[in-house]
Design a protein around this ligand. Structure first.
Ligand code: TXE
Length: 477
């Protein structure tokens, strides 16, 4: 069995191997991945610190060239990497390839941004003095990522970090080391100097915590659960370091009486169930006005009946398996909770067996949900959606905003008036009109409000806000 190692100070470093298991077929071990220790994590941070002065002063052309090369290789290998992604995470092959292409686009975008880092020059209020405002790299950046987007999330943190001259210590989620290792290998071979990008695979408790506790980590970018986000925040405040968090969602999709029914069904099914519902932007609350409610439930049910839940790599699979046993148990617990709370399980929510042993769960649609039920309030992170019936638009907006989260929110309507009002008043970071709540562009900001996000936005040129610090220089010639 292959052992993939950690990258520390430009060297591939050994460690005890942990198997990477395919959730579509638990007898399939993809490879072994070395687990780093907290001591190795400290070495990685020291290497990143040592590499920072030279890398932060390397010219934009150097950074452009390396990011560009990485983008080209990821794109050229999209089938192979997409397959690896689907094999380790469980989203379908088209979804895996799509995410891989997106990672390439992100590296390509930040390759361009490396050449476009602008500052400002202003006249001073003092005669003869000029004021220059420039952006500089922050330093050593810790990057901690979740399992649900194994290549895109690492890409959208690593690419801007490197683009603006930071050095990186990267800890991917334990369930998906494959794609993480692959992009680090690609960037390493693309010519990154030693220590600029370090990979430390392993547990959150050991490796993640070692990153959080280290005073030489100047900024920390995290995506994952709310609970771990709080730990990251507390540790970062005590170190007085910059940090950004992307956490949970309980995203509403409002469907009004005047919506195009086919569009609404497509948005709901795609947003709630594709990628096995394991997206922070998934539409887990479908808020539907009474005039269209019954037709909507009937049409969504019909559409779900036509979907195949099976091996992520098999032709014709629409919904892949859940990522692992513990996530499956969490989903099943919530399906039981929903029924006990009095919601109607219209269809799905069944643990099913397929030819191969995997974590298969059919998409679950709940109706007759109230806004107060736990299934309407807590992030389940699986293929489970609650339909909440409301009287009119005003009640729909009120329910949509009645949550601790605020990542993404959608509305299906033919009315410009309601669409405009929702865009203005939905308490979220991203609004979708007649589009699914999940599925975003790579070149514009991503992030939420309320309990979903903390700190500056990710992606697009807004990423510069987090990955750089501003310097104001006064000059009297
Ligand atoms: O998340 P964790 P997990 C939610 C979702 C899911 C649940 C658990 O509900 O069921 O979280 O998923 C690292 N110090 N979301 O266990 O634990 C960890 O190793 C430093 C929603 O994957 O937050 C991993 O690399 N790091 C979310 C990363 O943090 C630590 C996406 C995320 O793991 C650490 C993912 C520590 N003490 C999960 N403990 C979304 N909405 O997108 C763990 N980690």
């Amino acid at each position: 069995m292959d052992l993939r190692k950690n990258l520390i100070a430009g060297e591939w470093v050994d460690g005890p191997g942990a198997p990477n298991i395919n959730p579509s077929d638990t007898s399939d071990v993809i490879a072994e991945y070395a687990r780093a220790t907290s001591g190795q994590t400290k070495d990685a941070i020291a290497a990143a610190k040592a590499a920072f002065p030279a890398w932060s002063r390397s010219g934009p052309l150097v950074r452009h060239g390396i990011l560009r090369k990485a983008a080209d290789e990821i794109l050229a290998r999209k089938e192979e990497l997409g397959r690896l992604l689907s094999r380790e995470e469980g989203k379908t092959l088209p979804e895996g390839i799509g995410e891989t292409v997106r990672a390439a686009q992100i590296f390509d975008f930040f390759a361009g941004e490396a050449l476009r880092l602008a500052g400002e020059t202003l006249p001073s209020v003092r005669p003869g003095v000029t004021v220059d405002i420039t952006r500089e790299a922050v330093g050593v950046v810790g990057i901690i990522t979740p399992w649900n987007f194994p290549i895109a999330i690492p890409a959208w943190k690593i690419a801007p970090a490197l683009c603006y001259g930071n050095t990186v210590v990267f800890k991917p989620a334990g369930l998906v080391p494959g794609c993480a290792w692959a992009i680090v290998d690609i960037l390493h071979r693309a010519g990154l100097p030693e220590g600029v990008l370090n990979l430390v695979m392993g547990s959150g408790r050991e490796v993640g915590q070692a990153i959080l506790d280290h005073p030489d980590v100047n900024a920390l970018s995290f995506t994952g659960s709310v609970a771990t986000g709080r730990t990251v925040a507390a540790a970062s405040v005590s170190q007085m370091r910059k940090f950004q968090l992307e956490m949970g969602g309980k995203n509403p999709l409002v469907v009004l009486d005047d919506a195009d029914l086919d569009t609404a069904v497509e948005c709901a099914v795609n947003g709630a169930f594709f990628s096995t519902g394991q997206r922070c932007t998934a539409s887990s609350r479908l808020i539907v006005t009474e005039g269209i409610h019954d037709r909507f439930i009937a049409a969504v049910t019909e559409r779900l009946k036509g979907l195949t839940t099976d091996d992520a790599l098999a032709d014709g699979t629409d919904i892949g398996p859940v990522v692992d046993q513990s996530q499956l148990e969490q989903d099943l617990d919530y399906i039981e909770i929903g029924q006990k709370e009095g919601a109607t399980l219209v269809m799905g929510g069944e643990r099913v067996n397929r030819t191969k042993p995997g974590f298969y769960l059919t998409p679950a649609l709940f109706a007759n949900c109230s806004r107060d039920m736990r299934i309407s309030r807590e992030e389940i992170f699986g293929p489970v959606a609650s339909v909440i019936k409301v009287k009119d638009y005003d009640e729909a907006l009120d329910v949509a905003n009645d949550t601790e989260f605020g990542l993404s929110g959608g509305i299906c309507t033919g009315s410009l008036k309601y669409a405009s009002d929702f865009r203005r008043n939905a308490e979220v970071g991203m609004v979708m009109v007649n589009l699914p709540t999940a599925g975003v562009d790579f070149h514009v900001p991503f992030g939420g409000t309320k309990g979903s996000s903390y700190g500056q936005r990710e992606q697009g040129r807004y990423a510069a806000e987090f990955f750089t610090t501003v310097k104001t220089a006064y000059t009297l010639p």
